[in-house]
Structures are given as C-alpha cells and as structure tokens.
Design a protein around this ligand. Structure first.
Ligand code: TMP
Length: 213
C-alpha cells in the first residue's frame, strides 16, 4: 500500500560512520519486508549528470577552489532534487538518501568556512520547500572511523584521507547541526555494532511509516 505522502530519509556523518551501509540495509529491509515503494540514492550524485559531477569533485587532481566545489555540489543537487527526489516523493515513495544538505553545512561551512548565509541563499533558490523528514546522524570517534575506512576495499578519495583535525571539525559541525535541528535529526552512536544501529534506524523509520500510512 502506498503512503499518504512521500517520506524523505537522509543519512549523515563523517567518513567511516557507516551511513552507506545503514542506508543500504534500511533500503533492503523496506523492500523485502514492508510493502512500500522505496528508492536509495546518494549525494553528491544520484543522477547520471550528478554522478559525473561527483567523480569530478572527489578526484583530488582537480584541486578545486572551495566555492567552485560548493557550486558544483549544488548544481548536482539541483539535478538530483528536481529530476529524482521530488519526482519520487510526489509518487509517495520512501526516498533514502546517503548524505544531503547537512553535509554541505558540515563540510562547506564548518570545515571550509564558507559563509553560511550564502549557502542557505543558494539552497533556498534550488529547493525552497524540500526538507528531510528524518535525518539519521551517525556519530563516531576518529579511531572507529579509521578502522572502518581501513577495512574497505574501494579506492580512497580525498575525503577518506582527512587529517584528525579536519575529521574533528566536521564531526563537531554535525553535532552542532544536530542540536540546531534537534526535532528532525536522530543522533546515533555509530561506534556500536552494525546490527544495533540497524535496529535503532528501523524502529524510528517504522514509526514514521506508520504515521504516514
Ligand atoms: P561519501 O564518500 O560519503 O559518499 O561522500 C563524498 C564526500 O562528499 C564526503 O566526504 C563529503 C563531500 N560532500 C561535501 O563536501 N558536501 C556535500 O554537500 C556533500 C553531500 C558531500
């Protein structure tokens, strides 16, 4: 049965926080066990063009200026929001997104020190009415993050190679954001094991699904 309204769920966190794993697990669980329409997507990325932009941004050989990088992220987001996220939300899907706007605040504002009003201004032009219904912030310490990143097989990008100092700035940024948007962000201690986190995410998601069914 379709929901009365689409549901937009985002995952946020520092590198190695487990957001990609948890967003996949949630997607697979909903698909298998709950008869609701669901898609899994990510940022930067999510559409053909936005994935191209993603590859460009993550390639550290491009050595992008901070503002150029931000504008590319927002260009990719514009494609993603207008052509995919809004499309599926209108069709009453559950849209699960691995990273979204809070990453822009954490990385471009808290880490790169970009003016927050400039960031909000561009955001408001691109998608004035779209807010995640729930965001799961997976918070973890540097040590656990390093252990998780080292276990991965995939090629590392420039963000996986952050210094401890930068990691902590981003982490603290996310924690400040979670205080500011505390009604919409569920903070989960991601130093815990995968199945414990999965359960916490699932319980909260089911509450939202029931409220919209
Ligand atoms: P991922 O490897 O977790 O998918 O994310 C790729 C990187 O993109 C991540 O380390 C941080 C960066 N990023 C930003 O800097 N700003 C943003 O708005 C988003 C969505 C991601």
């Amino acid at each position: 049965m379709a929901l009365k309204q689409g549901l937009f769920i985002c995952f946020e966190g520092v590198e190695g926080s487990g957001k990609s794993t948890q967003s996949k697990l949630l997607y697979q669980y909903i698909k298998k066990n709950i008869s609701k329409k669901v898609i899994l997507t990510r940022e930067p990325g999510g559409t053909k063009l936005s994935e191209k932009i993603r590859n460009f941004i993550l390639n550290d050989k491009n050595n992008l200026d901070v503002v150029t990088e931000f504008l590319l992220i927002m260009a990719g987001r514009n494609e993603h929001v207008t052509k995919k996220i809004n499309y599926y939300l209108k069709k009453k899907y559950i849209v699960i997104c691995d990273r979204f706007f809070f990453s822009t605040l954490a990385y471009q504002h808290y880490l790169e020190k970009m003016n927050i009003n400039f960031i909000y201004a561009i955001q408001k032009i691109i998608y004035p009415k779209l807010y995640p219904d729930i965001t799961f912030l997976l918070d973890l310490n540097r040590l656990t993050s390093k252990i998780r990143i080292n276990k991965r097989n995939k090629k590392r990008n420039k963000f996986d190679q952050l210094s401890n100092k930068k990691f902590n700035i981003i982490r603290k940024g996310f924690l400040k954001i979670s205080k500011k948007y505390n009604k919409k962000i569920i903070k989960i201690n991601s130093n815990q094991n995968i199945s414990f986190i999965k359960k916490a995410v699932l319980n909260k998601t089911i509450e939202y699904i029931n409220a919209r069914s």
